[in-house]
Design a protein around this ligand. Structure first.
Ligand code: ADP
Ligand code: MG
Length: 684
């Protein structure tokens, strides 16, 4: 592997431009695949020019007439050409085109460029041309189109790749696909596959090569996941807990309401896992307000009944505090004391909490990242619960678990992950879903409204505040940078304070505030000292202010549906009727997408739609899951290929669980190399 600057045609300036695209080495350039091709193998007959909708086209014709002008250093050359089917115009416009005076009637030309259809016939804006002899047949190519930037065009990238192709292909290392499998699939050899995507002779060849890359990437992913599961299940190092008879009834009896069916099912699945000597690795999914805390409490109770401790980690102090206060009454009937551990607590209370945890006196710890620090020790940690799991990195989760010896692990998330995605991305993870909201909730009323009616929206906010409630107003940007058209919370807060709602108490919350400042603002909002909270999406997760009854999202078209659904979940947590207003620019044309939210409150349905619209790579909540790290495969688009790869992975590991055989050496090496397989976050 060498630096990009060593390649032919790459000077220091292009090195910088390539870096902006994430390409710093020759290997990365090799892996930078075109996302489509212009098929310029055959000239288009003049009668059909302009039917491809924007891609470049080729034509061949004989010049009938030339018009040339120079306007202030600009060359404008227009040639009328004729082929067997009719006439078309070829245009060169620009400085330094060096075509002025070059052409004469009767010359035969090949030209390439985007075609405009005019009343006078098709007109090509020429990017490439060549003079052809009278009988010379034109042989064109497939032109690869790379994702480019303004200054580094796809043409420049293609030129560098083409010039260095032999050197790039020489980098291809050992094939991760065992040869027998590759042959069975009919895929080209690896080096040939790289050649075929960068310089295909025909579209089918490129397509086939792409498929082989997708399959290979999935095979590595599926193999990594499968290995993780095997490893976890083979150790038998977890404590198998016993469920005392009547525990569920006792748990239910201590509650003021009946468990929902979905909660019972989730508890049963979790308890069942915990009775095995294999460490549980389970994801509990449920919309905001679906009652996950209760299920977590049931897991903690089982743990304590078996003499073990539990730790629950949440991403912010507010969330941790809310968990602690919700869990305490649920756990008290079972004699379980909750100790809070978080950053801003006093040294004295911290020391006493740590004492009680290390002595085993306290059976449950609830806290933030502070739980991970040295000095936080457990006498016998049997259960690690991670709330809003996607907010933590692999390493952090591993550190919490390392506080015990092979503890059971429960991950929780309020971001519903469509089943298809969960099964594949989280292949080493079992899933429980709470797909039923506790009875007696009034659904949140949702409206999509154009920006021109924003003043009406604020009038509605005022009405609700006057009735004693509070409101969130969420916007995408923090500051006004003068360029972007996005609404900024800082500017909007000023506007509300000074003009629109001067009589209300306006608060401001965004990601540039320190954790302490954020907690301070949230605290004031929670205590009712702020009427309207202007915030960026930092309010997205978990915060519970039951008195808030209106959620206004500005520039709602900028958010994914799942994220909007999350934001909506911030209201409707109390008894009052709640509203969510999605505001989008009059010209944004987002109404159809937003309509899904006005019609449905089912997080899973919304997540599926979101996934369908945006693709797995961008799907909210999977940013750290590995899905976003995939190279060319897409878990939604290519889910069938994934399933196929999953079967093959199982077969490979059944015969060679350690990937020791020579034919699996390439696959083994790939597992170590690809970020997507390394970051199978949840499974680790
Ligand atoms: P989540 O963490 O999934 O967002 P919570 O566990 O905080 O949801 O529960 C939301 C609210 O619903 C809490 O006030 C809780 O007491 C209440 N709740 C939970 N389960 C039930 C149930 N089965 N019946 C009625 N209310 C419930
Ligand atoms: Mg919760």
């Amino acid at each position: 592997m060498t630096a990009l600057g060593d390649l032919a045609g790459v000077g220091p300036k292009s090195v910088a431009l390539f870096r902006e695209l994430g390409i710093t080495t020759d290997r990365e350039l090799l892996d930078y695949l075109p996302f489509r091709y212009d098929d310029l193998r055959f000239p288009t007959p003049s009668s059909r020019l302009g039917s491809t909708g924007g891609a470049e086209e080729n034509a061949v014709g004989v010049i009938e007439h030339i018009r040339e002008r120079r306007v202030r250093g600009l060359e404008i050359v227009e040639a009328r050409l004729r082929d067997d089917h009719g006439v078309f115009v070829a245009k060169w416009i620009g400085r330094n085109r060096y075509v002025y005076g070059r052409f004469r009637a009767g010359m035969r030309l090949f030209v390439r460029g985007r075609v405009e259809r005019t009343l006078a016939g098709p007109s090509i804006n020429v990017t490439h041309y060549a003079q052809l002899g009278d009988d010379e047949t034109y042989h064109g190519e497939m032109v690869p189109i790379y994702r480019a930037s303004k200054e580094l065009t796809t043409r420049k990238i293609a030129a560098v790749v083409e010039k260095n192709l032999p050197a790039l292909l020489a980098l291809v290392d050992e094939d991760p696909l065992p040869q027998a499998l590759r042959e069975r699939k009919g895929y080209p050899a690896l080096r040939e596959a790289y050649r075929a995507v960068h310089a295909p002779r025909a579209p089918e060849e490129a397509e086939r090569a792409r498929e082989s890359f997708i399959f290979t990437e999935f095979l590595a992913l599926a193999t990594a996941a499968h290995l993780r599961r095997l490893e976890r299940e083979s150790a038998h190092d977890a404590r198998a807990l016993a469920v005392p008879p009547g525990l569920l009834d006792a748990f239910q009896a201590a509650l003021p309401f009946a468990l929902t069916g979905a909660q019972r099912r989730a508890i049963a699945e979790i308890w069942d896992d915990m009775t095995r000597d294999v460490p549980m690795n389970r994801l509990l999914q449920g919309d905001v307000g679906s009652g996950k805390t209760l299920v977590a409490a049931a897991a903690i109770v089982l743990c304590a009944q078996n003499g073990l401790q539990a730790a629950l980690m949440a991403p912010t102090e507010i969330l941790a505090a809310q968990h602690a206060s919700k869990l305490a009454p649920l756990l008290m009937p079972f004699g379980i004391a909750v100790e809070a551990v978080f950053g801003s607590q006093s040294a004295r209370s911290r020391a006493s909490a740590l004492d009680r945890l290390s002595s085993g006196e306290a059976a449950c710890a609830v806290g933030t990242h502070a739980l991970l620090t040295e000095g936080v020790d457990f006498a016998r940690l049997g259960l690690a619960i991670i709330d809003e799991q996607h907010r933590f990195g692999v390493e952090q989760r591993a550190r919490l678990r390392a506080k015990g010896s092979a503890p059971h692990t429960l991950h929780m998330t309020a971001t519903p992950i469509p089943r298809t995605l969960a099964q594949s991305v989280y292949a080493d993870l079992d899933c429980s879903v709470i797909d039923e909201v506790p009875p007696g909730r009034t659904p949140i009323e949702t409206y999509a409204v154009r920006t021109s009616r924003l003043e009406r929206v604020y009038a509605f906010v005022r009405e609700n505040v006057v009735r004693g409630h509070q409101a969130y107003v969420v916007a995408p940007a923090i500051d006004d940078d003068g360029e972007s058209t996005l609404t900024s919370v800082v500017a909007e807060a000023e506007r509300l304070k000074n003009q629109v709602l001067p009589d209300l108490r306006i608060g401001l919350l965004h990601g540039r505030l320190s954790a302490r400042e954020k907690d301070e603002v949230m605290g004031r909002f929670a205590r009712g000292e702020i009427d309207v909270l202007l915030a960026t999406t930092v309010v997205e997760v978990g915060v519970d202010v039951p008195n808030a009854s209106v959620m206004v999202v500005l520039d709602a078209h900028r958010y994914g549906l799942a994220q909007l659904h999350q934001l909506r979940g911030r209201v409707g947590r109390g008894a009052a009727k709640s509203y969510c207003v999605l505001v989008y620019p009059d010209d944004a044309g987002a109404s159809e997408r937003l309509a899904i939210l006005t019609e449905s409150t089912d997080g899973f349905r919304i997540a599926e739609e979101d996934l369908r619209i945006r693709g797995a790579g961008e799907f909210a909540g999977t940013a750290q899951s590995g899905a976003a790290d995939l190279w060319i495969a897409d878990l939604v688009r290519d889910i069938d290929v994934y399933r196929d790869a999953q079967r093959e992975a199982a077969q490979i590991l059944a015969g060679d669980p350690d990937l020791r055989r020579p034919e699996h050496r390439g696959l083994h090496a790939m597992l170590a190399r690809r970020p997507s397989t390394r970051s199978l976050v949840l499974s680790s």
